[in-house]
Design a protein around this ligand. Sequence first.
Ligand code: XIL
Length: 370
Amino acid sequence: MKGLGLFSYNSLASTIKTVISKPESVRYNHDFSLPEYGENMTSLKEAAGKSGIYIGTVPDDSNFSKVLPSEFNSATAGNAMKWGKLLVDKKIGEYDFTTADRITDYVVNQGCRMRGHVLVWGRTPNGGYPAELDGIIKKSATPKEDIRTIMKDHINVMLSHFKGRVTNWDVVNEPMQVFGPKFANYTFYNILGTDYIKDAFSYAREADSDVKLYLNEQFFDYKDKRARNFLTLVKEMVTEGIPIYGIGLQHHIMYNEQSIEDFDWFLGQVAEMGLKVELTELDIRKPVFKKSRNPELSQAEAYYKIAKSCVQSGICEGITIWGIDDAHNWYDFTPPFNGKTKGENAPLLFDRNLNKKPAYYGFRQAFLEN
Ligand code: XIL
């Protein structure tokens, strides 16, 4: 996975350290490095399949054929389906689907489910959306109509191109401020308010009546004002009959573990609204546990606990790990986690040589116990 410069958590890194002041986990209740965990040969997808949960990954060119078919039954195309990444010369309306199609066809031919990521994402110009859009809207005499048309056209193109191959879509990604409690002031939001989110879902449903539609977000804390504001919007969407099927929770663990109690509370809120949930981008940086006696085992315990909560929630349809092995993880290329910490992020289930880590066994154990 190459760093595409879409993100910089640099300026915000110090903020989050003060915002999130929970003590770091230093304990673990299992030793997932014990041989007994390795003796069981059940794959991730078989173990989770008993609970009706798909296990996904982000196929990486160099290794996906080695692991994907045996362990995973779902995939997300990383950056390849992002709006800005699909355009020829960054021009709105001109698409090059070569990479996205290659990944999708490989995945579908393996009998795996394909998640679509993502239709509308206002945060990253030329990544999540075409930068050209900002200029067009600024000059427009009818910005509301124009931004709706551009968004609708894109959604139509995507859903017709991937019809029958992609079954689940992240319709809107990261509508909230990264660390603040409000909706982020992306161009879409500035022109349409939260209606841009609702409209995107309606357009997607009009374009394809079968796909499952998700609102995807990253939470550092599942019970704070930010999470509650998000849930308020979702509730509004449900009440208004907006065709939302589920909530996508990225669940990147970058700095501190989220409280499991808060996570369970959040899952309960989603369940009450009659919606499903997926963990769409799970990964857990090892340095989160730097105070642990054994960071690797603490990481494994964290994977175990999260998977356990998902199973127990009864509304979880899938868990996607954001990558396969530690040699290909996005933190190694993303400030402020790259550079010095390169090689140490080690957030995934397989090590740099594609060996199963304690994290693999911990994650799987949650399903085996069900
Ligand atoms: C990341 C990719 O993994 C990186 O390769 C890229 O440089 C930036 O984007 N939230 C999301 C994902 O929704 O699309 C992001 O993926 C990670 C954060």
